[in-house]
Design a protein around this ligand. Sequence first.
Ligand code: NI
Length: 141
Amino acid sequence: MVKKCSKKIVKTGVSFPSDLLKSFDKILKEIGIGSRSQGIQEAVRTFISVNIWKIKGEESVAGVILIHYSHDVKGLEEELTDIQHDYVGIIPSTLHLHLSKEDCLQIITVRGNATIIKELVDKIRSIRRLKQLLPVLITLR
Ligand code: NI
């Protein structure tokens, strides 16, 4: 007996800058994904997984918040630490990498309610003197 697939497939057209598509195709080939459609579906699933916590507040999520900053900026490290102390319940650990004489990368691991983690990310973002801030979170099902 042939099992009928219940998922409806929708065709759509997407425009890409040619160099982006070239890089995408190269990676597809390297990692052994057979078709562009399959690769794009996987990329979209990853995009949804890493962004859904921003719109759905009650999800349980886990991941890291990457913070790149200069430790020469007066008071910044203290501010970062103060914020983290307000969220001890969702921060299992923090890792600090000294990147150069001035630059630091702080990796805050988080696990918990998406709304609270979003609040933490917003508070870190409000520091403003950071070089980069990148939350990478997955939704737990
Ligand atoms: Ni450092």
